[in-house]
Write a new protein. Sequence first.
Length: 133
Amino acid sequence: AGAAVSALHALGFDYVAFYRIESLTPPLITLKVQEGDTGLQMAAPMEAAPEDIISMVARTGQSRSAGAADAVNHPLVVRGRLSAVACVPVGMTTRYGVLVCGRQAGTISQDQVLVMELISAQFAAAIYKDVAG
């Protein structure tokens, strides 16, 4: 998880986190690794809320991005700490978690989401390889 988070942070995101799916019923999705400004890390939720963007991506397996005007969002955007966030699932058939990337200014492009998805796929393959032995 640390390598995927570090790689995305090195690509210029202000905040990056990995939330692991412990359970979808009932939903329990917990913060495992994060990088970025200490203030952002301290303000980040330790668990996803049932109706936030992290939980939605965990449930649907579909990448999603949000800005300040979006209803389904991340707490750091809602509180004005980030201007935009994107979340991608880690694992498709078996979802292991969600990668979260945020920017303090500006937006997140579709190309950046595609890079997140590529890193997420590599991360999922590494998890699967470890689990399968």
